[in-house]
Design a protein around this ligand. Sequence first.
Ligand code: MOS
Length: 747
Amino acid sequence: MSSVADYSLPNPVSENRSGLIGKAVDRYEGPLKVTGTAPYAYEVTPPSPPAYGVMVPAAIAKGRVASVETAQAEASPGVLAVWSHLNAPRQAERGAKVHPRSTAAAKPVFDTDRVAYFGQPVAFVLADTLENATAAAGLVKIAYVEDAPEVVFHDVLDEADQPPGEEDVEIGDFHRGFAEAPVQLDQTWTTPLQNHCQMEPCATTAWWEGPRRCVVHTSVQMVKPAQHGLAETLGLDRDDVHLMTRYIGGGFGGKGQTYEDLILAALGARELGRPVKVTFTRQQMFHGTIHRPATVQRVRLGATRDGRLTALSLMTTTHCQRHGAFTEHASNFCRSLYAAPNRLTGHRLVHLDLPHAGPMRAPGEASGMLSLECAMDELAEQLGLDPVELRIRNEPEVDPETGKPFSLRQLVRCMKEGAQMFGWDRRNPRPRQTREGRWWVGMGMAAAIRGNFLLPAKASFSVDAEGVITVRQGMTDIGTGSYTVLAQIAAETMGVPLGQVRVEIGDSELPPAPGSGGQFGAATAGSAALAAGMNLRKAIAELAVGDPGSPLHGGDPAQVQFQDGGIALGNRAESLSALIARAAPEGLTVEGDSRPAADARNWSQHTYGAHFCEVAVDAASGEVRVRRMLGVFAAGRIINWKTARSQLTGGMIWGVGSALTEGNLPDPRYGSLINQDLAQYLVPVQLDIGDLDAIMLDEVDDKANPMGIKGVGELGISGAGAAVANAIYNACGVRVRDYPITPDKLI
Ligand code: MOS
């Protein structure tokens, strides 16, 4: 059946007759999670008692495995197998793709004796219990031939090159514009390597149903690429891998790909003929998965004396793994943020023998806004302008690089309303003026921007003889609220109470959706759900008017109303359950699909926000307390006030972490990360956060999708750390351009 593609058509979600859209609906799966009964991938009960796998990580950053001594491990209690590159089961070659339409290629484990990074799995132990496997893993003796690794980013900045296939973007003549500007700023910011620190580590439970069908429960953000990658690695048909990811304890980009746990669990289960569980440990997560790479960002701003930007440049240097191909695009966002006739943006990349860099929540913006939004604060001070006013004076009419119109841009409104709500007029523009006992007190602000886009997706809707609507989609919920917003969209579309909706997601056998990432999840999955719902409405209406037993018989199907769990035509009505039980007792199932509108690329489309922050800085110790933080965001129609607000405040808390505490320190001797647990990698906790609030403007972006919704999952972190840094400067008069702003840098 066709999808809903007419963007002007009113639809039930936009009409929102019941008021369910936008409501603070509690999390669909919340009770399961808070009572510990939601089975995460490692906790799924397999059909028979499982074996447990433990990985042995490499203890060097670069070189090769010279020998593997397994006799002691093999003799250890309960051990069932010990694998390394010497004896691992055969898998497809790296990158192999039998199915040309696979969304991922083979990713074999132990296919080489080369060690490319500290923590790379080099051996694997299977045993009857986790304890026995862990003990035996400690008995595997590995000798290495070591090469000298290059792991210190700041030592090799000169070697950085243009990332393959990329060019700098220059508009006008930046160098001339900058040289001629009456007011200039040229400063460099550095951000450290960061880690996702999901509460749930990457983990898999696997078993086989016969020799050719593999069942896995794993923790991933995208279902199809994980399913395809496993199938390609094992040489199976894609449909012979049944992959489920029902509950996920955080992703943040780090589970946008799969790791060795998935392959090893599936291989182990096949070789042992019994289910196998494999998890990364917390320490292994830091090295064995991906991280946000460090950056060096040079910002140059040229302006007139009345605060019009004439030249703007952000150049980012970053790093990725020697054999990797990831670039932290920290300069991209500023191509759409402020007007300036002369512009230069680009990236430089250096390869290191560190673990793999990859996407982490708001890749690009999260790092890049930490420089540009502080540069704007410094420029405002140079000009004697309020930082909000400086930004308003450089608000572009159209996208400053492409010239495309904005789909909808309410950045100024976010800043103005935020300033008023926060009491920004009480800020003393001169730093180091407000003292309360031992504390210097100050305020700062920053803008927020994050791109918005939609991907193709499918969903199915069913109705059964009890009138229950079931949404099915290969979508994931990484803690963001996908289950809940899909339930709301379904209830509103079908005119049934929330309690009459079931949601099934996280399964490779359901209609495919791209999953969770890039803050496209709710809009993408939701648009396909709306399409499926509209198709089910049509099918139900036609069933009713064609059924002589229905009070709606003979009516116009286009006029059928869906409300209160039933259908109506004027005063003729019946319940969904009555209709389906009588006319389609097996139930009805239809699919729907959605894709970006044909003209989607004609618009410059983003989500926006403004952060306001008040901090106190201890004059003696340099300790920073975030007293108050307010974000005002414009992100399209909000489906669920509670889950959207939680995404935004969660992002803001990440921003506080970026500003004050987070960062991994590579050890130049071993290429390891020195801090590799949650006691030493400091993510802000409840007591670190003062009065925190996120406000969402009442907004509908009718260029985004038929519902006018956009994403919020990555917007909250964009700019949040810069607002904290700017507040610190206003409080104590110290500009720190090297994140995180730890107390030693303030005293
Ligand atoms: Mo995200 S960092 O695009 O999952």
